[in-house]
Design a protein around this ligand. Structure first.
Ligand code: NDP
Length: 241
């Protein structure tokens, strides 16, 4: 078996593109998802990539999910892409505790639950690749997204810390920070808002899921073993410093 990769939220959008890119490059791939059985079924039929339903905000389900994937393929997870994410946008004065907690648990805590579930096997093997999908809005901040921006910025700190503590074990941990990318998440943004967001992108268009997947593929390669703790921005030309 080739290296075993698990992508959370792997059945749609950036996650699906990442699964496809990994499969095309010869990796063995498993895709997790939360609730959209129809999308998962179609994805599995179209790609032949096996899908696994569990909620990444539940630490026990993460452990069981990883065990199931490893049992099915007869190996351990060597590549983890923490991609599952949601938005619950609201201005601070209208942000509910539910909106805050939902985003923090899906976009940040899940990364801890999933990384913890795979890292011991990676340490034993002396090889691992973890890529966390952050966001331009974690780097820049965005109106109505204190929850999302906090979670995505948190991922960058998480990435740097786990990279340091895993560096001597052959495990690299990096983040990818996409700009606005053409997926269901962005198609939910009201048209006039989306137009003004696109107008602020120097390249003048949305990113394509495949363009984000391409960066993930680069980072998980055996050849990328000297890159760790890094955040790769893929956002059509925004400059962060
Ligand atoms: P989509 O909404 O297309 O896909 C999200 C995926 O995450 C779905 O497969 C969904 O499963 C899964 N998911 C959500 N919650 C959970 C959960 N609790 N447990 C397991 N899976 C879950 O989003 P995108 O492809 O746009 O986004 C992918 C990642 O990229 C996210 O982390 C997002 O924040 C980030 N990102 C996206 C940008 C964009 O412009 N699109 C820009 C910057 C970052 P199901 O379908 O079953 O609900």
């Amino acid at each position: 078996m080739t290296r075993l990769a698990l992508v959370t939220g792997g059945t749609t959008g950036i996650g699906a593109a990442t699964c496809n890119a990994l499969k095309e490059a010869g990796y063995t791939v498993a895709a997790n998802y939360a609730s959209n059985d129809e999308a998962a079924k179609k994805f599995e039929q179209d790609t032949g990539i096996k899908t696994y339903k569990w909620d990444v905000t539940d630490p026990e389900q993460c452990v069981k999910g990883v065990e199931k994937v490893c049992g099915d393929f007869g190996g351990t997870i060597e590549i983890l892409v923490n991609n599952a994410g949601i938005t619950r946008d609201a201005m601070m004065h209208k942000m509910t505790v539910e909106n805050w907690n939902a985003v923090l648990s899906t976009d940040l805590s899940a990364c801890f639950y999933m990384s913890r579930a795979v890292v011991s096997a990676m340490r034993e093997k002396g090889f691992g690749r973890i890529v966390n999908i952050s966001s331009v809005n974690g780097q820049m901040g965005q109106i109505g997204q204190t929850n999302y921006s906090a979670a995505k910025a948190g991922l960058i700190g998480f990435t740097k810390a786990l990279a340091r503590e895993s560096a001597s074990k052959g495990i690299t941990v990096n983040a990818v920070a996409p700009g606005y990318t053409d997926t269901a998440m962005v198609r939910a943004v009201p048209e006039p808002v989306l137009k003004s967001l696109i107008a602020q992108i120097p390249i003048g268009r949305l990113g394509r899921p495949e363009e984000i997947a391409h960066a993930v593929l680069f980072l998980v390669s055996d050849k990328s073993g000297f890159i760790t703790g890094e955040t790769l921005s893929i956002n059509g030309g925004h400059h962060m410093e």
